[in-house]
Design a protein around this ligand. Structure first.
Ligand code: NDP
Length: 296
C-alpha cells in the first residue's frame, strides 16, 4: 500500500497564529498604547459574506483589537460607499480596511478597492500593494496567499530552489501566491485554463498549489511522489444522501496516497485567511505608528 501523506493541519496552525497575534497586540498596547483596529464593510445580504464578516468580527475582538463593522444596504450608491472608505482612510483608530467582496453589480469593485489607503489595505488587493509585492517592496499581501505560503514553509522548511506550480492565475490567489513563492526563491510556473498538458506540468512540482475552483480536478497521478500539495479550492458538491459537502480542487483520496504532505478541505488553507488578516492588521498598525512590528 502507498504511503499516506502528512496532513497539514491549517486549523491548528491558524490557532497558533491567532495566539501570536493576541500576544503581539497585548504588547503593543502595554508598550505603545496602540490598539490595532480593523474596519469591515459589508454591502448587501450575501449569506456567505455575512458568515465571513461575523467570523472576522469575532476573531478580531478575541485578538484584543478593535473591530468596526459597517453594514450597508444593497442599494447603497457607489458615491456613498466611496465616502465611507474615505472616512475610514482618515480615521486614526482604523488601521485596516476590508471591503467584503463581491459587491453589487452597480458598484465598480476596482474603483472601491483602489480608493482604500494602500497602507490600510489589509486584503492586499489595491493595485499599489500588487505592485509593491511584484517589485519586492514591503506590501500588504492578500491573506489567503500568505496563508498558503506559511503552511508550505511549515511543512517543508526552506522553499528555496523548489519547483512550484500554481494552478490558477487570479489576482486574489494565483498571482500573489506566485509572487510570494518567487520571493522564497522557488522556480515558479503559473498554470491556467489554456495550459497545455496540465497533468504533466503538475507532475514537475515539488510544491503544487491548486487555486482553480473546480472540485477534485487534480488527481493523484498528477502529483509528483513526495510533493507538498496546498489546496486552496473551496467547492460545495452534492454528496451521498443528497447532503452537500465541501471539497477542494484536489482529489484528496488519490493525491494523499502520493504526496508527501497535503492540506485537507476543509481544515487546510481556509482557516488561515482570517488569522492572516489579523496578522496584517497588526503589521499595518505598526507601520502607521512608525513602530517596528513584532515577530508574528
Ligand atoms: P478564479 O475563478 O478567479 O480563478 C480560477 C483560475 O483557475 C483561473 O486562473 C482559471 O484560468 C483557472 N482554471 C479554471 N479552470 C481551469 C482548468 N480546467 N484548468 C486549469 N486552470 C483552470 O478563482 P479564485 O482564484 O478566486 O479561487 C480559486 C479557488 O480558491 C476557488 O475554489 C475559491 O473558492 C477558493 N478560494 C479560497 C479562499 C480561502 O480559502 N479562504 C479564498 C479565495 C478563494 P483562466 O485564468 O485561464 O480562466
Amino acid at each position: 500500500m502507498s504511503a499516506q501523506a502528512k496532513i497539514i493541519d491549517g486549523k491548528a496552525y491558524a490557532a497558533g497564529l491567532r495566539e501570536r497575534v493576541e500576544t503581539a497586540v497585548a504588547k503593543l498596547k502595554a508598550d505603545h498604547g496602540l490598539q490595532p483596529g480593523l474596519a469591515v464593510v459589508l454591502v448587501g445580504e450575501d449569506p456567505a459574506s455575512q458568515v465571513y464578516v461575523r467570523n472576522k468580527h469575532k476573531q478580531t475582538l478575541e485578538a484584543g483589537m478593535n473591530s468596526y463593522e459597517h453594514r450597508l444596504d444593497t442599494s447603497v450608491s457607489e458615491g456613498d460607499l466611496l465616502a465611507l472608505v474615505e472616512q475610514l482612510n482618515t480615521d486614526p483608530n482604523v488601521h485596516g480596511i476590508l471591503v467584503q467582496l463581491p459587491l453589487p453589480d452597480h458598484i465598480d469593485t476596482e474603483k472601491v478597492i483602489n480608493a482604500i489607503n494602500p497602507d490600510k489595505d489589509v486584503d492586499g488587493f489595491h493595485v499599489i500593494n500588487a505592485g509593491r509585492l511584484a517589485t519586492g517592496q514591503d506590501a500588504l499581501v492578500a491573506c489567503t496567499p500568505v496563508g498558503c505560503v506559511l503552511l508550505a514553509k511549515d511543512a517543508l522548511g526552506s522553499l528555496s530552489g523548489l519547483d512550484a506550480v500554481i494552478v490558477g492565475r487570479s489576482n486574489i490567489v494565483g498571482k500573489p501566491v506566485a509572487q510570494l513563492l518567487l520571493q522564497e526563491s522557488c522556480t515558479v510556473t503559473i498554470a491556467h485554463s489554456r495550459t497545455k498538458d496540465l497533468p504533466q506540468v503538475c507532475r514537475r512540482a515539488d510544491l503544487l498549489v491548486a487555486a482553480v475552483g473546480r472540485p477534485e480536478m487534480i488527481k493523484g497521478d498528477w502529483v509528483k511522489p513526495g510533493a507538498c500539495v496546498i489546496d486552496v479550492g473551496i467547492n460545495r458538491i452534492e454528496g451521498e444522501n443528497g447532503k452537500t459537502r465541501l471539497v477542494g480542487d484536489v482529489d484528496f483520496a488519490s493525491a494523499s496516497e502520493v504526496a508527501g504532505s497535503i492540506t485537507p478541505v476543509p481544515g487546510g488553507v481556509g482557516p488561515m485567511t482570517i488569522a492572516c488578516l489579523l496578522r496584517s492588521t497588526v503589521l499595518a498598525a505598526c507601520a502607521q505608528a512608525g513602530i517596528t512590528a513584532p515577530e508574528i
